[in-house]
Design a protein around this ligand. Structure first.
Ligand code: PSU
Ligand code: MN
Length: 308
């Protein structure tokens, strides 16, 4: 077993069997500009504390897998240059070679599971990119949801993707996709889409029960909770569509490929919306963190009531 470095706060929460919510770090290093990235990471952690749970931001620092970052570690990561973006394929190599890297949804799920954390909140998962029939660009996040038992709270998949294909793949992989409190799937910056949600739940307790039923049945993999951005913070799909198209055309012209695609698109959409996309992104991550805390608490409650 590899050593996991827990923050003081996470370590205490584990000792007292309190609810913990995992958070990823790629959103900090590759998803948002400095200083808003660090400010947001702080706010999100605080939202989880306010909701009565403990935040565990995950990253690899100098070859050590950290579950929970101390404030200075978070600061340094948020400003560091050339941090690697780690998914399932590269997390072990990064740890083994003493490197520093930020964890994507896939790598954060792996680390959360190693640390016995069942709930993870983020912005939006990766998925099937538009034009994947040519590029074959499909995020490793989807495969991870199919095999690692962590409930991931996100505002759906990022709207830069082909959402229809993304949800088709999740269905094929047997991943439960559960819209929270509505019948349609959210589309990251927008609260709704024209895609009906395969499943709908209206409470954190129901989501926790479904998580536990999967465990009891020995089903591999996690659940995707598609939590819509609060209406007041959303950008309509109609407003965003032409902007996403421009960003996608630029990415094609500049030959942006593989891991660089998502960060490039998010960065260009930030510029093309004069920062509005970032404001929305921050609002939706915070919203997901709060729901994640409720689910983590519900899981603990159920566990206690089950024990003699
Ligand atoms: N959510 C956000 N911003 C992000 C991400 C999620 O609000 O930047 C990151 C996650 O780490 C996710 C990654 O795993 O984008 C997807 O990258 P790719 O498409 O290369 O798999
Ligand atoms: Mn990709």
């Amino acid at each position: 077993m590899i050593p996991i470095y827990f923050s003081a706060e996470v370590s205490a929460a584990r000792d007292e069997n309190r609810a913990i919510v995992a958070l990823e770090s790629t959103i900090i290093t590759h998803g948002m500009p400095f200083p808003q990235n660090v400010e947001t990471a702080r706010l999100v952690e605080e939202d989880i504390r306010q909701a009565g749970a403990t935040p565990a931001t995950i990253a690899v620092l100098d070859g050590q897998l950290h579950v929970g970052l101390e404030p200075d570690q978070l600061d340094q990561l948020g400003q560091a240059e050339n941090v690697a973006k780690l998914s399932r394929a590269d997390i072990a190599a990064c740890i083994a070679s003493g490197g520093t890297g930020a964890t994507t949804v896939a790598a954060t799920m792996i680390a959360a599971h190693l640390a016995d954390i069942q709930v993870f909140a983020t912005g939006g998962i990766g998925g099937v990119h538009r034009g994947a029939e040519n590029s074959f660009d499909i995020s490793a996040d989807l495969q991870e949801l199919a095999q690692t038992p962590v409930t991931v709270v996100a505002a759906g998949a990022k709207a830069i993707l082909d959402l229809h294909k993304t949800f088709e793949v999740l269905e094929t992989l047997g991943v439960p996709v559960i819209a929270y409190g509505q019948d349609s799937l959210p589309a990251f910056w927008s609260a709704t889409s024209n895609l009906p949600a395969p499943l709908r739940m209206d409470s954190a307790a129901a989501i926790a029960d479904a998580h536990q039923m999967r465990t009891a049945m020995g089903l591999k993999g996690g659940q995707l909770i598609a939590n819509p951005i609060p209406k007041a913070s959303e950008i309509s799909a109609e407003t965003l569509a032409p902007i996403i198209d421009v960003a996608l055309q630029e990415a094609a012209l500049k030959n942006i490929h593989a891991k660089a695609v998502t960060p490039f698109l998010l960065g260009r959409i930030f510029e093309l919306t004069d920062g509005q996309s970032l404001t929305a992104n921050i609002a939706l991550v915070r919203n997901n963190a709060r729901l994640g805390a409720e689910i983590a608490k519900a899981l603990i409650k159920d566990h206690h009531s089950d024990s003699p």
